[in-house]
Design a binder for this molecule. Structure first.
Ligand SMILES: Cc1cc2nc3c(=O)[nH]c(=O)nc-3n(C[C@H](O)[C@H](O)[C@H](O)COP(=O)(O)OP(=O)(O)OC[C@H]3O[C@@H](n4cnc5c(N)ncnc54)[C@H](O)[C@@H]3O)c2cc1C
Length: 303
């Protein structure tokens, strides 16, 4: 296919790539096996098309997910688990009908992302595979302890989402693999909170994102706690030392402040046009404090 793009200088640029729209996963995986390193899966295209236009990505083979059947579902598993097909859109996540806590939490994350037009095409799988440190869904899924399931011609394998990211734009997905599903484990009395800061209120990527998930016992003690930080390191990462401060503890202002300061020290933000590194670090502390207070507060309300 010859594809025409308007460049920033106004000149017309011509790129050539082969466009495939396989009808089955088997067919798609065969194409990825054949062209892997030179190929890109096209899901919603909200990252890939922008990158192609800017020449950040120059795929020679584009494998569209448009006709792939049954990979855009969301299912509840047990009391609070989920299976999310890689091509489920952010709108589908936002509007999911499930009453479980994980589903409500991911809906609240999706609601904070982009605007309706982007959310209608952007997918969960695209958000992960693009491997942006600022991707909101990545932080949310890390906090939930989710796994990424990838398929190739040879096998299917799963890995924790927190191990999926290797650097900006780099993931552990091999060139011949497609992300097919995300599994959110079933958990007991799980409470979650997502705090996000951006320059503008809508349609802007996060300057800092903090997702927290924890089981809080009826007596108010936290366990299985995860604090995921977005946009403040080369990858979305867990603030593991901060987690140890809260794990096994009941709520106290002092403990939450200490954990929040530790999370800030575990981040390694950069300065860019949207915020300085120092400001981002300060905001990690503020948002972590709010998110931790949020989960304890929600548990208390329900007790
Ligand atoms: C105006 C605007 C606002 C935005 N706001 C936000 C925001 O608030 N928060 C946020 O996190 N992001 C935001 N984004 C970025 C983007 O919309 C998301 O990252 C989105 O989820 C990407 O999904 P997609 O389906 O469009 O991916 P695509 O663009 O189709 O793909 C992205 C990358 O992942 C690869 N890929 C996609 N699916 C798979 C798969 N299943 N297996 C293997 N590889 C795959 C593609 O080859 C490509 O390299 C915004 C983008 C725009 C243009």
């Amino acid at each position: 296919m010859r594809h025409y793009f308007q460049t920033e200088t106004g000149a017309r640029d011509v790129k050539n790539f082969q466009y495939h729209a396989p009808n089955s996963l088997t067919e798609a995986l065969t194409l990825l096996h054949r062209h892997g390193k030179n190929a890109n899966v096209l899901a919603g295209g909200t990252d890939l098309l922008v990158q192609t236009k800017r020449r950040v990505a120059e795929p020679r083979f584009v494998i569209s997910a448009k006709k792939l059947p049954n990979l855009d579902y969301i299912e509840q598993i047990g009391t609070d688990g989920l299976k999310i097909g890689a091509f489920a859109t952010l709108t589908a996540v936002l509007e999911n009908p499930f009453a479980c806590r994980a589903a409500r939490f991911l809906s609240s994350v999706a609601k904070r992302m982009a605007g309706p037009a982007i959310r209608n095409t952007a997918t969960v799988g695209g958000n992960l595979c693009n491997a942006s440190p600022a991707a909101d869904m990545s932080a949310g899924l890390i906090a939930l302890g989710a796994s990424a399931v990838m398929a190739s011609e040879a096998q299917e394998r799963a890995m924790p989402v927190e191990a999926f990211f290797l650097g900006p734009g780099k993931s552990a997905r091999k060139p011949d693999e497609m992300l097919v599903r995300v599994d959110v484990p079933d958990a007991g009395r799980r409470f979650c909170d997502y705090q996000r800061l951006s320059v503008r209120k809508a349609i802007d990527i996060a300057i800092v994102g903090v997702a927290v998930s924890a089981q809080i016992s009826e007596a108010g003690y936290a366990s299985d706690l995860r604090i995921a930080l977005g946009a403040v390191a080369p990858i979305p990462l867990r603030a593991k030392q901060a987690e140890t401060i809260v794990e096994g503890q009941p709520f106290s202002e002092e403990m939450v402040r200490e954990a929040a300061a530790m999370a800030a020290s575990e981040s390694s933000p950069i300065t860019d046009v949207r915020a300085s590194a120092d400001y981002r670090r300060d905001m990690v502390a503020v948002l972590t404090r709010r998110a931790l207070a949020g989960v304890f507060h929600a548990a208390k309300e329900e007790a």
